[in-house]
Design a binder for this molecule. Sequence first.
Ligand SMILES: C[S@@+](CC[C@H](N)C(=O)[O-])C[C@H]1O[C@@H](n2cnc3c(N)ncnc32)[C@H](O)[C@@H]1O
Length: 262
Amino acid sequence: MRRLHLIEIEDQDWCPHSLRDAATDYLQCFFSATRIYEPIIPILGGVLRRAGSRGIVDLCSGAAGPWLWLQPALAESGVGVPVCLTDKYPNLEGFRRANRLTDRAIGYHPQPVDPMQVPASLPGFRTMFSAFHHFRPGQARAVLADAVRSGEGIAVFEATQRRPLAILFALLAPLGVFLVTPFIRPFRWSRLFWTYVVPLAPLVTLFDGVVSCLRTYSLQDMRDLADSLGSSGYQWEMGTVKGGRMPIPITYLVGAPVAKAA
Ligand SMILES: C[S@@+](CC[C@H](N)C(=O)[O-])C[C@H]1O[C@@H](n2cnc3c(N)ncnc32)[C@H](O)[C@@H]1O
């Protein structure tokens, strides 16, 4: 299946903030329940340890993605680093909740952050969960190049794939939205409105989920992007690992300065 760069509704400036937040809240809940990123702990923990990283800047964080359980799990594995959540459209309620629940081990940047130009005031190893496909090839390359230019490590993890099974799961997502919405925290009336009164949240989740699958970079695409950087001072690793309680593997690309990663 070829990569198709169609638009996602949540990426559009005209998408109501509360609708986008309802969609990213659901993703956060889904990724926590399925522990889909659990198998990446040794990969991320390993590179953070080798790079001697003191902190993480998470890009395109949505409603905190996997961090509510991942930050403590990393700490338990001996890599106790603080995390700073960022996004182009910060989900501030989700960010504040993560901050509160982790006793501030998870912080956040309240202003929009462009992963292609991360401000120097946000130093740290960069991570990106389920968002690399939002960037066209030139932009995806710019995301990696900005990390290299800043001398920071970067790890990209994708839970979608350009495969029929992944698309099938995306087609089932609206059912999940209808079932779990009343249990998602923080509670918001707007989330109930966008799910049960004007059911755009399940529709956006369906549409964006299928488009995400079609836009996802394959392992070979990721290898080509990393090779195109000509970043001789960087060590790149890529691969797939089984995705927690899900049958869809996680595709990852991890890079860190050789001096630090060796
Ligand atoms: C599919 S969500 C993933 C959220 C989160 N990482 C997770 O795993 O649940 C994609 C996120 O990328 C953000 N995003 C999309 N385009 C962006 C851009 N150009 N710059 C920064 N963030 C962007 C969206 O606002 C959204 O929160």
